[in-house]
Ligand binder design. Structure first.
Ligand SMILES: [Zn+2]
Ligand SMILES: [Zn+2]
Ligand SMILES: [Zn+2]
Length: 204
């Protein structure tokens, strides 16, 4: 259970948030306080925008709105809490969504919906496309170049080598050979059907 406090950004506040080049689509709200309901707190808080992780910096900073029931409110840059909480889905745990130095217990359950901004959505789509291409290449099981498991730099290096191979010189029975023949014939429908037959279900 989250604290029930909710607020919307004023035009001035929204302007300030929208001017930040962050990962989320700027929104006026409604915004809900991120504190768990049982945590005693005098100021409600919710993160309005976050910066892209910068490997050279400490944790990415977030622009938080801090507001209290008496009407005082302020936008403030703060670091996120560094704690991670155990998770069934992720071995590394999930991050606490409260700001650094928060009172009470840590909490990983977001109380607010965040949408990626359009540039971020493009990057996500590009990533999905390149993962799809890599997965397709892997499923085509080329006898000349195999693609290592995962989506890391090793797999990408394998994929780059795979893309350089002339698969018409691979054995005629190989899937890669058959696929490039379909591609060369510019039969996109047949190629897609062929790939779908051999592709495992997406793993992301
Ligand atoms: Zn609150
Ligand atoms: Zn925490
Ligand atoms: Zn091949």
């Amino acid at each position: 259970m989250k604290c029930a406090a909710e607020t919307r950004l004023s035009s001035r506040e929204f302007g300030e948030v929208a001017a930040v080049d962050g990962v989320h689509q700027p929104s006026r709200g409604p915004w809900y306080c991120e504190y768990p309901a049982e945590t005693m707190h005098f100021q409600h808080t919710a993160v309005m925008q976050e910066l892209l992780p910068d490997p050279g910096a400490d944790d990415p900073a977030g622009l938080w709105l801090v507001w209290s029931d008496d009407g005082r409110r302020e936008l403030r840059w703060r670091q996120p809490c560094a704690s991670r909480l155990p998770s069934d889905e992720d071995d590394e745990g999930v991050p606490c969504i409260l700001p650094a130095g928060h009172g009470g217990r840590c909490d990983a359950q977001p109380g607010n919906a965040y949408e990626p901004n359009p540039q971020m959505q493009d990057r996500i789509n590009d990533k999905i496309r390149s993962m799809r291409a890599l997965e397709t290449a892997r499923a085509l099981n080329c006898p000349a170049v195999s693609i290592r498991d995962g989506w890391d730099a090793d797999a990408e290096a394998d994929y780059a080598r795979w893309a350089d191979v002339d698969h018409t010189t691979c054995p005629p029975a190989a899937l890669c050979h058959q696929a490039v023949l379909l591609l060369a014939a510019e039969d996109q429908t047949a190629f897609q059907a062929f790939v779908d037959r051999h592709l495992p279900n997406p793993t992301w």
